[in-house]
Design a protein around this ligand. Structure first.
Ligand SMILES: Cc1cc2nc3c(=O)[nH]c(=O)nc-3n(C[C@H](O)[C@H](O)[C@H](O)COP(=O)(O)OP(=O)(O)OC[C@H]3O[C@@H](n4cnc5c(N)ncnc54)[C@H](O)[C@@H]3O)c2cc1C
Length: 379
């Protein structure tokens, strides 16, 4: 009898897992890829969308198009996950498998009623509406806000602020506009080390963006935000990140550890259930330096390749010989057609070893190329 592999979530991790499995297993093995959204958004492009460098239709594809040989895409909300039985329920129908890969990402919810006052730029709708407001902006105060930790893509709010500043500069509104960034963390991309964090802070501040770290939001209202140190700021236009939490359908299961996320073997991505793996944003991987591995697509990507390889090996009766070693890279959009690039090993001991390359046009165009490659290769 052929094996069935259940892949939960067709985001970065799920799509790569399914495509890799399609290449490696073939024959009688069936891959079921479950996804609730018809529109499959490439998240990094939301940053370009929010400043008018992409149209909404350019940043997503139809989820059904991500199928491949041996991969069946099942559209619908997963209502129940049973890791012990290796089964999921969608629209009342139960699907059973021999292996399960959970790549459901982080559930994004709005807190402090922020969607009444600003735009969630981590969503297609929010980034689109923010851009509509920005195009008509005539001057005033723009705030980029991170209301809570953790949030995926540690660079994204910094990139958002720099792209917005660049837009304002191009529109010759700099004299009439203040761009500020409020975050609860002590500095940008802290896991990558003090040097890199300092360099990113400098990049942001050199552009005239007002940076306010260690600001924990306590309340929001039309035109004002209040933080736990008593500071209140006014704004005319605001973009914010949503609260990130473990998806409800997984929270109810014994997969979730003390962290509130799925805790896995950091090299194999195995969970505490046999033949059940978890990858990407839904996982919690503590690092030696005391913070968890950041939530980023690049890690979901490499973890997906590891898990797909090892499942294929298991099916073929061979040794599971691939591991995820904590390597990762990211591009940092700065505006004016330039970007930075940081990369290294996040499992470095005692600290992650991550270095930044000199920012320039090359890294921006590499990021643009990756966007095209993503849509070409996976849809
Ligand atoms: C603005 C922005 C910019 C970013 N830029 C970068 C970048 O430059 N580099 C980088 O590495 N990362 C970047 N990221 C982060 C990256 O997008 C995520 O870390 C990555 O997508 C995580 O992959 P994943 O597979 O774990 O989860 P996701 O890609 O979020 O996929 C999870 C999928 O599961 C589906 N799902 C959830 N619950 C259910 C359910 N109950 N039933 C069915 N389906 C369900 C979701 O709809 C989703 O499609 C960015 C993110 C944002 C928001």
């Amino acid at each position: 009898m052929g094996k069935t592999i259940l892949v939960l979530g067709a985001g970065t991790g799920g799509i790569i897992t399914a495509k890799e499995l399609s290449k490696k297993v073939g024959g009688k093995t069936k891959v079921l890829l479950f996804e609730k959204e018809e529109k499959n958004v490439f998240a990094p492009s939301l940053l370009w969308l929010m400043v008018g460098k992409r149209k909404p239709k350019q940043v997503y594809r139809n989820t059904r198009k991500t199928g491949a040989a041996g991969v069946e895409v099942v559209i619908g909300e997963i209502e129940k996950v049973n890791p012990g039985q290796i089964s999921v329920t969608v629209k009342g129908q139960e699907y059973k498998g021999d292996y399960m890969v959970i790549s459901l990402g982080a559930e994004q919810i709005t807190e402090y009623n922020l969607n009444n006052y600003g735009y969630d730029f981590y969503t297609l709708d929010g980034a689109t509406k923010f851009n509509e407001q920005l195009q008509n902006f005539k001057g005033g105060k723009i705030v980029i806000l991170v209301p809570s930790l953790p949030f995926k893509c540690p660079a994204a709010p910094y990139e958002a602020a720099m792209l917005v500043e660049s837009f304002i500069r191009k529109k010759r509104l700099t004299n009439k506009t203040e761009v500020s960034l409020y975050v609860p963390e002590p500095g940008p991309m802290g896991v990558a080390g003090k040097e890199l964090s300092g360099a990113v802070r400098q990049m942001v501040e050199m552009k005239g963006i007002k940076y306010f770290p260690e600001q924990q939001l306590t309340s929001a209202a039309k035109s004002t935000l209040t933080f736990n140190n008593g500071i209140t700021t006014e704004y005319d236009l605001m973009a914010f990140t949503p609260k990130h939490q473990c998806p409800s359908v997984i929270k109810e299961t014994a997969l979730v550890g003390k962290s509130g996320w799925i805790e896995v073997n950091r090299n194999t991505m195995e969970t505490n259930f046999q033949n059940v793996y978890a990858i990407g944003d839904i996982t919690f991987i503590p690092l030696e330096m005391g913070k968890p591995l950041p939530k980023a697509g690049v890690f979901a990507h490499y973890q997906a390749e590891t898990v797909a390889h090892n499942i294929a090996q298991k099916i073929a009766g061979k040794t599971t010989d691939k591991t995820f070693n904590g390597n990762g890279q990211c591009f940092l959009e700065m505006g004016e057609g330039k970007a930075g690039y940081a990369g290294g090993n996040f499992y470095g001991s005692p600290l992650p070893y991550v270095k930044m390359k000199t920012p320039g046009f090359f890294w921006h165009w590499t990021k643009v190329w990756y966007e095209k490659y993503w849509f070409f290769k996976y849809f």
